[in-house]
Design a protein around this ligand. Sequence first.
Ligand code: AMP
Length: 271
Amino acid sequence: MKVLNSLNDLDKFLNSSGEINFVPTMGNLHYGHLKLVTEANKFDGVTLASIYVNPLQFGPNEDLDVYPRTLDQDLMHLEAISCDAVFCPAPDFAKNAIKLSANSALSKKLCGISRPHFFDGVITILNYLFQLVRPTNVFFGLKDYQQYLIVKDFLINSNLNIDIHGVPTQREEDGLAMSSRNNLMSSQQRINAKHLPVILKEIAKRSKYENLADLKIEGIERLEKLNFNVDYFLFCNSTTLEELFKFEPNTLVAIAAKLGNVRLIDNFIIQ
Ligand code: AMP
């Protein structure tokens, strides 16, 4: 596997490669990230991952400084699953990116309310990477469902001609969605965290038959009893992210909640 540390390295690699299947990440790779690479490997061409903790998507009081960085281990994992190359730019890589805004109708909802600059930061860095890499296919996890929709919308409205592929959420044995932030929890927080997907899924299933406003209150109360500080617990249209007050096919049930300083997100779609 080639490790590309500079734009020059990246250019050389791109010039000697055919179609690029691209998996952008912020590192501290777990099985969820690796699943994206495995999916990318199924397509013709070469698989390129990137590891870059993007400062533009962190707010002033967020966890940029403590975000886990485990580059050596990440490279071993990528090599083991036959990733062809990984681009690991320097921490100041973002400084040359042209600042863009994400679709406001999608980015001002859910996570965009408590993290107002988050999706602009995501789109800015992805556009920069996409312009440099010119991939044919890109792979994104459905755990970050809002991000997936916003990137999809960005690609539809760009002339980049890139296909986006959403990969299902990979979970720990107890159901907790895999996340680099899971490592930041205390052991007691980790025990409590396993209830989040259980409660979310149970309520999601009942959403077909019961009053959504009541279910939302119940969900928040059950999580608060487990020390979660709930940012949002919402039933939404899975295309527009508009909040729903009555079940419809493909309802998205989405949550963001903090345990101490660790912010967890998860979602299910009920057909
Ligand atoms: P991150 O490093 O957190 O920016 O994530 C990089 C990519 O991995 C994004 O497309 C995420 O949606 C995806 N990802 C993160 N966790 C998971 C998971 N548990 N299952 C599937 N994809 C994931």
